[in-house]
Design a protein around this ligand. Structure first.
Ligand code: SF4
Length: 249
C-alpha cells in the first residue's frame, strides 16, 4: 500500500513537471529565440562557404561617393529598384551636393527630381528632414551609431544597417530587405516573416564578422538565382543544402 502511494506521488510529480514544461514552451515568443531548423553551425558554415565562393566581393549596388549620398540613395530605394535609384541619383547628386543643399531645398523642385523613384512626396519629406537634422544636430556629418541614425526621419533599421555596414564598415546588425527575408526563409535560417525577428535570427546564426557581407550576398543571390517567382534551383550552388518547399528541382 505504501509503495503504491509512493509510486502514485512520483507519477503525479512527473505529470506536474511535464505540464510546467509545456506551459513554458507555449509562452516562448515566436521570435528568433527558438532556434530555426536550419541553423546548426555546420550547415550555416557550409552556406557561408558557398556564398563566399559565388559572391566573394559583392557590395551595395546603390552608387554613392559619401555616407550621406548612400543614406539618400537608401531612402530612395524603398519600393524602387536600385537601377532606377542609380539613374535618379546621377542628376540628383549633381544638383544637390551637400547636406545643406538637401536640408534647405525647394521641396517642389526636389520632388520633381526624385519622382521616378515613387512615393516622392514622402521621400522628399524624409530626405529633407534627415538632412536638416544632420546639419543642425550632427554638425553636417552622418552619425555612426544605430541609435543616432534611427533619430533621422525616414530611417529605420534596414537603412541604418546599410549606412553603418557599407559606408563605415560597422557591423551592428544585418540588412534585411525583401531578398534577405525570402532567402532566410527558404534556407531555414529563420522561420519568421518580421524583418526584425529575421535580423535577430541571422545575428544569432551567423558570426558577427559576416553580418555585413552576408546581406549583400543574399541580396545578389536573390536577384540572380533565388528569385521570388521562379528560383533557378538547377543553377544554385546551395541546392544540396536547400529544402525549400518551392524549389524548382
Ligand atoms: S535551391 Fe532554389 S530555392 Fe533553394 S536557395 Fe537555391 S535557388 Fe533558392
Amino acid at each position: 500500500m505504501e509503495r503504491n502511494e509512493e509510486t502514485s506521488m512520483k507519477k503525479q510529480k512527473a505529470k506536474t513537471k511535464r505540464a510546467a514544461a509545456q506551459t513554458a514552451q507555449s509562452k516562448r515568443p515566436a521570435s528568433g529565440n527558438a532556434k530555426p531548423a536550419g541553423t546548426n553551425p555546420q550547415r550555416v558554415s557550409e552556406i557561408l562557404e558557398k556564398l563566399d565562393e559565388a559572391y566573394p566581393n559583392v557590395t551595395c549596388a546603390l552608387e554613392h561617393r559619401t555616407a550621406f549620398q548612400l543614406l539618400i540613395a537608401t531612402i530612395l530605394s524603398a519600393q524602387c529598384t536600385d537601377e532606377r535609384v542609380n539613374q535618379v541619383t546621377k542628376s540628383l547628386f549633381a544638383k544637390y551636393r551637400t547636406p545643406k543643399d538637401f536640408a534647405y531645398a525647394n521641396p517642389a523642385e526636389l520632388e520633381q527630381v526624385i519622382r521616378p523613384t515613387g512615393f516622392f512626396r514622402n521621400k522628399t519629406k524624409a530626405i529633407m528632414g534627415a538632412a536638416k537634422k544632420i546639419v543642425e544636430e550632427f554638425a553636417g556629418e552622418v552619425p555612426r551609431t544605430m541609435d543616432e541614425l534611427l533619430q533621422l526621419p525616414g530611417v529605420a533599421r534596414k537603412t541604418a544597417n546599410v549606412v553603418l555596414g557599407t559606408a563605415f564598415g560597422i557591423a551592428v546588425g544585418v540588412v534585411v530587405d525583401t531578398h534577405v527575408i525570402r532567402l532566410s526563409n527558404r534556407l531555414e535560417l529563420s522561420s519568421n516573416s518580421d524583418p526584425k525577428k529575421i535580423e535577430q535570427d541571422l545575428m544569432t546564426a551567423v558570426p558577427k564578422e559576416k553580418w555585413i557581407l552576408i546581406s549583400h550576398q543574399l541580396i545578389w543571390h536573390g536577384r540572380k538565382v533565388c528569385q521570388a517567382r521562379k528560383p533557378k534551383c538547377a543553377e544554385c550552388t546551395l541546392e544540396h543544402l536547400c529544402r525549400a518547399k518551392d524549389k524548382t528541382v
